[in-house]
Design a protein. Sequence first.
Length: 160
Amino acid sequence: MATDTKNLSVYDKNEIPGAKSFRFGIVVSEWNESITEQLYKGAYAALIDCGALEENIIRWNVPGSFELTFGCKKMLSTQNVDAVIAIGSVIRGETSHFDYVCGAVAQGIKDLNVQFDVPTIFCVLTDDSLQQAVDRSGGKHGNKGVEAAIAAIRMAALGD
């Protein structure tokens, strides 16, 4: 989690397992695309930096964060991946829609981690404002996509 004392983009490459032998899936929500695209870029760059091969990174897009669970499920069922990263951004509005979407997506990603023997990493920003999302997708708090990629590598290594 981003705080004033932790930057989401900081990691020690020497403490991360090599990613060269792993295949990664990344499912990206098209809603709030200016945010999710930055999260994707951060995740992709971190995977490559840690040794993942371009051809071993599969990207699928889904319309919104609510659809991430299904997209990740299909990826887990049809692709031979070692970890999946679910990337989305939900920004609070004036209705309770935010609460329903955030809760459903968090529950759905949790369920995938229980149902499948391959980790699904939660990289869904749930912010009160666009500025908070910007700050966590490459802004003053770093990039949550980077943090998610490092988590994906570390979790994939558990099954190795």
